[in-house]
Design a protein. Sequence first.
Length: 113
Amino acid sequence: MSVTYKTDNLIAGKIQTQQVKFAADTYFRGMPLEYDTDNDRYKYLDTGDVNGIYLGPIDADDGTAKTANQYDSIISGGEIYEGGIVDDSGDALTITEDIIAAWAVRGFYISKA
Protein backbone atom coordinates (compact mmCIF):
# COMPACT_ATOMS: atom_id res chain seq x y z
CA MET A 1 0.00 0.00 0.00
CA SER A 2 1.29 3.46 -0.84
CA VAL A 3 0.19 6.89 0.23
CA THR A 4 0.46 9.94 -2.00
CA TYR A 5 0.57 13.37 -0.43
CA LYS A 6 -0.27 16.50 -2.34
CA THR A 7 2.51 18.98 -1.69
CA ASP A 8 2.45 22.72 -2.09
CA ASN A 9 5.44 24.46 -3.65
CA LEU A 10 4.19 27.95 -2.71
CA ILE A 11 3.24 28.07 0.96
CA ALA A 12 6.25 27.65 3.28
CA GLY A 13 4.55 28.43 6.61
CA LYS A 14 1.92 30.70 8.07
CA ILE A 15 0.23 33.03 5.60
CA GLN A 16 -2.50 35.65 5.64
CA THR A 17 -5.09 35.66 2.88
CA GLN A 18 -7.88 37.86 1.64
CA GLN A 19 -10.42 38.08 -1.16
CA VAL A 20 -9.78 40.93 -3.62
CA LYS A 21 -10.87 42.22 -7.04
CA PHE A 22 -8.69 41.47 -10.05
CA ALA A 23 -8.00 43.20 -13.36
CA ALA A 24 -8.98 41.15 -16.43
CA ASP A 25 -6.09 38.79 -17.23
CA THR A 26 -4.89 35.21 -16.79
CA TYR A 27 -3.36 34.57 -13.39
CA PHE A 28 -1.06 31.77 -12.29
CA ARG A 29 -0.74 30.47 -8.74
CA GLY A 30 2.30 32.22 -7.24
CA MET A 31 2.15 35.40 -9.38
CA PRO A 32 3.20 38.54 -7.49
CA LEU A 33 0.56 41.26 -7.61
CA GLU A 34 0.43 44.99 -7.18
CA TYR A 35 -2.57 47.11 -6.28
CA ASP A 36 -3.86 49.32 -9.10
CA THR A 37 -5.12 52.38 -7.21
CA ASP A 38 -6.59 53.96 -10.36
CA ASN A 39 -8.95 51.01 -10.89
CA ASP A 40 -9.28 49.65 -7.33
CA ARG A 41 -8.11 46.11 -8.12
CA TYR A 42 -5.05 43.86 -8.22
CA LYS A 43 -2.94 43.04 -11.28
CA TYR A 44 0.37 41.39 -12.17
CA LEU A 45 3.34 43.11 -10.53
CA ASP A 46 5.13 45.02 -13.27
CA THR A 47 6.16 48.40 -11.85
CA GLY A 48 5.06 48.84 -8.25
CA ASP A 49 5.57 47.20 -4.88
CA VAL A 50 4.32 43.69 -4.17
CA ASN A 51 0.93 43.80 -2.44
CA GLY A 52 -0.09 40.17 -2.79
CA ILE A 53 0.57 36.80 -4.37
CA TYR A 54 -2.14 35.00 -6.31
CA LEU A 55 -3.29 31.95 -4.36
CA GLY A 56 -5.38 30.32 -7.14
CA PRO A 57 -5.94 26.60 -7.52
CA ILE A 58 -2.99 24.19 -7.31
CA ASP A 59 -4.13 22.25 -10.40
CA ALA A 60 -4.57 25.18 -12.85
CA ASP A 61 -1.42 24.71 -14.95
CA ASP A 62 -2.83 26.92 -17.72
CA GLY A 63 -3.68 29.71 -15.32
CA THR A 64 -7.05 31.08 -14.29
CA ALA A 65 -8.74 33.66 -16.50
CA LYS A 66 -10.33 36.55 -14.63
CA THR A 67 -12.78 39.13 -15.88
CA ALA A 68 -12.48 42.70 -14.61
CA ASN A 69 -13.48 43.05 -10.95
CA GLN A 70 -13.81 39.29 -10.38
CA TYR A 71 -12.87 38.27 -6.82
CA ASP A 72 -10.40 35.57 -5.79
CA SER A 73 -7.88 34.81 -3.05
CA ILE A 74 -4.43 36.28 -2.58
CA ILE A 75 -1.71 35.79 -0.02
CA SER A 76 -1.41 39.15 1.69
CA GLY A 77 1.64 38.22 3.78
CA GLY A 78 3.54 35.30 5.21
CA GLU A 79 6.08 32.63 4.36
CA ILE A 80 6.49 31.68 0.69
CA TYR A 81 8.74 29.23 -1.13
CA GLU A 82 10.99 30.81 -3.74
CA GLY A 83 10.27 27.98 -6.20
CA GLY A 84 6.53 28.69 -6.19
CA ILE A 85 6.79 32.30 -7.37
CA VAL A 86 6.02 32.68 -11.08
CA ASP A 87 5.85 35.39 -13.74
CA ASP A 88 2.90 36.35 -15.94
CA SER A 89 3.50 33.28 -18.14
CA GLY A 90 3.53 30.83 -15.26
CA ASP A 91 7.29 30.33 -15.51
CA ALA A 92 9.58 30.46 -12.47
CA LEU A 93 10.46 34.02 -11.50
CA THR A 94 14.12 34.71 -10.77
CA ILE A 95 14.29 35.81 -7.14
CA THR A 96 17.24 38.03 -6.24
CA GLU A 97 18.46 39.11 -2.81
CA ASP A 98 17.07 42.57 -3.62
CA ILE A 99 13.59 41.07 -4.13
CA ILE A 100 13.87 39.06 -0.90
CA ALA A 101 14.77 42.22 1.06
CA ALA A 102 12.12 44.42 -0.60
CA TRP A 103 9.35 41.87 -0.15
CA ALA A 104 10.28 41.25 3.51
CA VAL A 105 9.53 44.90 4.22
CA ARG A 106 6.05 44.26 2.73
CA GLY A 107 5.48 41.15 4.93
CA PHE A 108 6.41 38.40 2.45
CA TYR A 109 9.18 36.13 3.70
CA ILE A 110 10.80 34.01 0.99
CA SER A 111 12.24 30.64 1.88
CA LYS A 112 14.80 29.06 -0.45
CA ALA A 113 14.20 25.50 0.82
